[in-house]
Design a protein around this ligand. Structure first.
Ligand SMILES: Cc1ncc(COP(=O)(O)O)c(C=O)c1O
Length: 387
């Protein structure tokens, strides 16, 4: 077995068909989409065709789609752009406690440095936000609610439609980070009923450094960048034409494969979870078995730090990730699992196995053979594991 990649929620390889679609715009079709000559006009046509294609797949208007450098930028523009636009009358934000840092950190920045009120919407043990709790947190001066569609660490899929409805009943805008859901489950902007939605290319076999923010018609956000008039002045800067063409191709392919991939990954994930639980004691599944993007399997191994498991598996050419961030030798428990009420020892022992197109039963069997002795050895050394 050469290597097993199980970190598809971090990033994916580019689909060769996507590379082929992008190549002409990196070579002879290199024009600047703002130029008036033929080179520019060709680039502009490619850009606008891609915009229409993506808009039709996710069901929004092409004029509602703004291209960005990816999920982080889209999230920042959504949170900060809305806050700045409404700050004279509304200075309160509500964001999910299990959000990605691309949403949490701008919200915390606005709170700590710019005087915005901030409430974190709690999640339950499976990672779901409660509509009732959202209703309780909403205030007259709330500007924005931001809750992610699918969680990157656990895969839990939120009931965005219901949450967005509650925000709207109170006259508050709603943003969802759909970075982990787009292309994996049905993402229909109109049906979800959100005002703002972020997506990115590189989690679904597209290029890195390109994404989009959907801003519903009539919703005003303050720009964070100034310069040219690209993307209707909301995101100035020479457009990444090849990247956007790649993003459109990525979504076209993902849409065609979506249902078959979902079924295949659900079966593989179930097989993996059940096999690990049979072979290793004191393992906990984090998230929802029923409502999650199936490629995400988050397991906690009692008594061991996730980071040690990640490093041991890496030595066997198995790539996974731990939810926790290791900064200067100190492992912080995952904020997502802590928000789900997991004790620190369980959060610290979490490992995310995220599957994708190259995952097979044979590859999982290799992991299933290597994992038990690693866990056994680490537990033998663990000062906290009590057999
Ligand atoms: C849920 C979520 N939001 C945002 C991001 C950031 O996206 P990007 O890497 O495109 O900046 C990620 C990537 O890890 C993510 O998983």
């Amino acid at each position: 077995m050469e290597s097993v990649y199980l970190d598809y929620n971090a990033t994916t390889p580019i689909d060769p068909e996507v590379v082929q679609a992008m190549l002409p715009y990196l070579t002879e079709g290199f024009g600047n989409a703002s130029s008036v000559h033929q080179y520019g006009r060709d680039a502009k046509v490619a850009l606008e065709n891609s915009r229409e294609q993506i808009a039709s797949i996710i069901n929004c208007e092409p004029s509602e789609l703004y291209f960005t450098s990816g999920g982080t930028e889209s999230d920042n523009i959504a949170v900060i752009g809305t806050a700045y636009q409404l700050r004279k009358k509304k200075k309160h934000l509500i964001v999910g406690a299990a959000e990605h840092h691309a949403v949490l950190h701008p919200a915390e920045h606005l709170h700590k440095k710019e005087g915005f009120g901030l409430d974190l919407l709690p999640v339950d043990a499976e990672g779901f936000a409660s509509p009732r709790q959202l209703a309780e947190l909403l205030r007259d001066d709330s500007a924005l609610v931001s809750v992610m569609h699918a969680n990157n660490e656990t895969g839990t899929i939120e009931d965005i439609k219901t949450l967005a409805d509650i925000a709207h009943q109170n006259g508050v805008l709603f943003h969802t980070d759909a970075v982990q859901s787009t292309g994996k489950i049905n993402v229909d902007v109109k049906d979800l009923g959100v005002d703002l939605l972020s997506l990115t290319g590189h989690k679904i076999y597209g290029p890195k450094g390109v994404g989009a923010l959907v801003v519903r018609q009539g919703v005003k956000i303050a720009p964070l960048f100034f310069g040219g008039s690209h993307e209707r002045k909301r995101r100035p800067g020479t457009e990444n034409v090849a990247g956007v063409v790649g993003l459109a191709k990525t979504l076209e392919i993902a849409e065609k494969r979506r249902e078959a991939d979902f079924t295949k990954l659900s079966e593989l994930a179930d097989y993996f979870i059940d096999s690990v639980s049979r072979r290793i004691p004191d393992v906990y599944f984090n998230g929802s078995r029923q409502r999650r993007i199936p490629q995400t399997v988050n397991l906690s191994f009692e008594g061991i730090e996730g980071e040690s498991i990640v490093l041991s598996l890496d030595m066997k050419n198995i790539a996974v990730s731990s939810g926790s961030a290791c900064t200067s030798g100190v492992t912080e428990p995952s904020h997502v699992l802590m928000a789900m009420g997991k004790p620190a020892v369980v959060s610290q022992g979490a490992v995310r196995f995220s599957m994708g197109r190259s995952t097979t039963k044979e590859k999982l069997d290799y992991v299933l053979a290597e994992l038990p002795p690693i866990i056994e050895r680490l537990r033998d050394m663990s000062p906290v594991y009590d057999r």
